[in-house]
Design a protein around this ligand. Structure first.
Ligand code: NAP
Length: 454
């Protein structure tokens, strides 16, 4: 389809954009480099003012930006508006804290003076997905710009208007022209940008193949990458849990963003004594969800972002059924226009099947029954992914074991997994490497320089 906005709720074609030519890309790379030479010397105070101005624009125009996102990828409008608010939050967080995160760190040695300082590195390329079109970009841009780097954005091809809106927000906020530019390019044009000498590092949020491809190119050039890839997060419920809250959260944690979130709970691992009640009540709640027009305020679940995603998810569910799984609710795309897939629950999935290992990127929950904590931890760790994990128990000994033994970038006890500007975010295993957000996020794309004075 190329670079275009197509309404996923109706299939209506809205607008296409031409991919940049090589000459246009060259112009933007040159501008980025030229801007960096000046921008690296700007004071934190100015960067902070610009980023705070960006937060104000986001807050003032959240409804319009929310509508752009919903139009392009189908998330419920109320969630899109909340996403814009969260972007303002991450801007304010780094505007307020970056100077402290990047301050010199004195270290006592045999030198008369020794310390660590953090320096900007130059142009960083961000390759981003469509599922949180604003949030994914701002959580990269806010720390990168505060650190004195300049950014280039290659956004997903189905969210070009979101990509252009973000560039415009940062421009209007006062950042120098060239500090943050959107490159409307296809995936096949990314490697050449990564290889360009003026691009010093790259970050990609998206699928495993895309991450592997970008990292291979960057690796050949000895360039740093951060990868935020897929996940199949476990949601473990043990007998002591507050079942009411756990079940309500299980709905939100799976249905967030129409089921298309990397940190959505995807595998519900429930202890035998409470399994039947959990299943019955979860099915009731899924049946009560309202699927429909994402622009309407009472819609819980909107369409999937593209027809291809709908087709892939349907195929995965059919494969699960062939492998012995049983469907409790949903299980087939909805008739009519738009990429609608109903809230679905699969159970009796053989633990050694490919389905149990896969990421289901849509509103499909996988339910597993386990005998005890050992079995829960083993099953939780049995996929190639390690992004986040949510575990529900009031037993402190169980909480300690879960926090230590789950192999993931985060473990949330008695809560769903969520990103927060104050906390580092990232994965283990095939979910990627490196961290975003918090102090760790801003340290990814800086030169951590040692200074030693005799
Ligand atoms: P995707 O196909 O990998 O697309 C993500 C971005 O990568 C898009 O901008 C895409 O451009 C680009 N891209 C695709 N192939 C590429 C290649 N070979 N080289 C360079 N760039 C390439 O991802 P998706 O399937 O749309 O997104 C869903 C995946 O992202 C899920 O697995 C999800 O779990 C993961 N995700 C992870 C996080 C996290 O923080 N860990 C957050 C959100 C999503 P085009 O659109 O032009 O193809």
């Amino acid at each position: 389809m190329g670079i275009a906005t197509v309404n996923p709720a109706t299939g209506e074609f809205i607008k296409a954009f031409d991919a940049l030519t090589d000459a246009e890309i060259e112009h933007k790379l040159a501008l980025a480099q030229q801007t960096f030479e000046q921008y690296r010397h700007t004071h934190f105070e100015h960067r902070s003012q610009w980023l705070t101005a960006a937060a104000k624009i986001l807050e003032a125009e959240k409804e319009a930006f929310g509508r752009t996102m919903t139009l392009e990828m189908g998330k419920p409008l109320k969630a899109a508006i909340a996403e814009v608010e969260k972007c303002a939050l991450v801007c304010r967080f780094y505007a307020d804290r970056a100077a402290e995160f990047l301050a010199d760190v004195p270290i006592e040695t045999d030198a008369s003076k020794s310390f660590v300082c953090y320096q900007s590195i130059g142009t960083v390329l961000a390759v981003m997905p469509w599922n949180f079109p604003f949030w994914q970009v701002f959580r990269f841009a806010a720390p990168a710009l505060m650190a004195g780097n300049v950014g280039l954005l290659k956004h997903a091809s189905n969210v070009p208007q979101s990509a252009l809106a973000i560039e415009d927000i940062l421009q209007r906020a006062g950042f120098p022209k060239g500090a943050f530019q959107t490159l409307l390019i296809g995936a096949d044009q990314v490697a050449a940008v990564v290889m360009d000498d003026r691009v010093k590092a790259a970050t990609l949020t998206g699928s495993e193949p895309a991450g592997a491809s970008l990292a291979a190119t960057a690796g050949k050039q000895i360039k740093k990458v951060v990868l935020e890839l897929g996940g199949s997060d476990p949601f473990i419920v043990l007998p002591s849990a507050d079942l009411e809250t756990a079940i309500a959260t299980a709905v939100t944690a799976r249905m967030i963003n129409n089921g298309q979130s990397c940190i959505a709970a995807k595998r519900f691992i429930v202890a035998d004594p409470i399994y039947d009640e959990f299943q019955t009540r979860l099915v009731e709640k899924y049946q009560a969800l309202k699927v429909g027009d994402p622009m309407l305020p009472d819609t819980d679940v909107g369409p999937l972002a593209t027809p291809g995603i709908l087709k892939d998810l349907d195929q995965q569910v059919q494969t699960a059924l062939q492998q012995g799984a049983r469907v409790l609710v949903g299980g087939r795309p909805l008739d009519g226009v738009g990429n609608f897939y109903p809230p679905t629950i699969l159970t009796e999935i053989p633990v050694d099947s490919s389905t149990a290992q896969d990421e289901l990127f849509g509103p499909v929950a996988m339910l597993f029954r386990v005998t005890d904590l050992d079995a829960a931890i083993q099953l939780a760790n049995s996929t190639p992914f390690g992004l986040g994990a949510s575990a529900w128990t009031t037993d402190e000994a169980e909480q300690t074991r879960l926090t230590h033994e789950i192999d993931a970038g985060s473990v949330f006890i008695n809560s769903m997994v969520k990103s927060d500007p104050r906390l580092p975010f990232g994965g283990t295993k095939r979910s990627g490497f490196g961290r975003e957000l918090s102090i760790q996020g801003i340290h990814e794309f800086v030169n951590i320089k040692t200074v030693w004075v005799k």
